[in-house]
Design a protein around this ligand. Structure first.
Ligand SMILES: Nc1ncnc2c1ncn2[C@@H]1O[C@H](COP(=O)(O)OP(=O)(O)OP(=O)(O)O)[C@@H](O)[C@H]1O
Length: 274
């Protein structure tokens, strides 16, 4: 069986500055890892600000192209030119969750219409009834119902509820890979744990592989099966999340861990809940 995701020696360089002050930033350098299809997991990409996490996420989502290396989703090279049909198929299989749920929804647009249009676009649901049924099914997977959401606008819902709805929207296309970039950092501490647990639940109940991008070692310790730790675009350490964070080998990972995790990291859940 092919891998859900193969990142093969991927690098990304950006040119910035003006004509006279042009410089090149190596945001991601020679990163490789594979997420197997027969083993759904939460795979964390951990690092401080500027370590290249979002650039890597954007390349997995196809919104940035690598400067070098290959990215394959189910064996298909997404760095190759693709037809519109292939692009839609890719978007169905790989769904993003972003940091700020308030920015994910236009305040003037009813929240339910996002779910209905996703059902129309990715599941060919043409009638209102079919769209509602698919929206409700996805909302129930995240602990909500269509009754709680129908006719409402983003300002009428909490950050935690909106992030659940963003996850529900991402589930409608029935993806096998979700790329979540700092999905709990803008959610109230009191609701953070429930969102974090939701990702574990999607892995276990639906078999969805989650790429979880974070600067927060406590949530990574709590939910990730495996992780990579990035510094200045490079992987400095990788492996099973708990083994790496219980006994980090690289000085950078040790410093990160000592700064963020409690002396007994098994108490990470206390930090997440605030
Ligand atoms: N479009 C761009 N043009 C120029 N430089 C960029 C661009 N995008 C990112 N970079 C640079 O690449 C490096 C990695 O940035 P990136 O946003 O991927 O890091 P990050 O780990 O996600 O950080 P954060 O957690 O702050 O979002 C940084 O030095 C950043 O300034």
């Amino acid at each position: 069986m092919s891998a859900v995701l193969e990142i093969d020696d991927v690098s990304k360089r950006f040119r910035s500055g003006g004509l006279l002050s042009a410089r090149t930033v190596e945001a991601v350098k020679n990163v490789s890892f594979t997420l197997e299809a027969d083993r759904p997991e939460v795979f964390a990409i951990v690092g401080q600000s500027g370590s290249g996490k979002s650039t890597l996420a954007n390349m997995i989502l196809g919104s940035e192209m690598p400067s070098a290396g290959r990215i394959r989703v189910h064996g298909e090279d997404i760095t190759d030119a693709r037809s519109a049909r292939q692009r839609i198929d890719f978007m169905r299989r790989v769904q993003p969750i972003f940091q700020n749920p308030f920015e994910a929804f236009n305040p003037l647009t009813r929240i339910d219409s996002y779910l209905f249009s996703t059902a129309r676009r990715f599941r060919d649901a043409t009638g209102a009834k079919a769209q509602e049924a698919l929206a409700d099914e996805a909302l129930q997977l995240v602990g909500l119902t269509i009754e709680e959401v129908r006719g409402r606008y983003s300002h009428e819902l909490s950050g935690g509820q909106l992030q659940r709805i963003a996850v529900a929207r991402a589930l409608i296309p029935q993806p096998d890979l979700i790329v979540a970039d700092e999905p709990v950092s803008m959610v109230d501490a009191s609701l953070r744990m429930s969102i974090v647990n939701l990702f574990k639940d999607l892995r276990d109940r639906l078999g969805v592989t989650i790429v979880y991008i974070t600067h927060d070692l406590a949530t990574a310790y709590y939910i990730a099966d495996r992780l990579i730790i990035m510094k200045s675009g490079e992987i400095v350490e990788q492996g099973p999340a708990k083994a790496v964070l219980d006994d980090p080998q690289h000085p950078y990972s040790r410093a990160l861990r000592d700064a963020i995790l409690p002396p007994d990291p098994r108490r990470a859940h206390e930090i997440i809940a605030g």
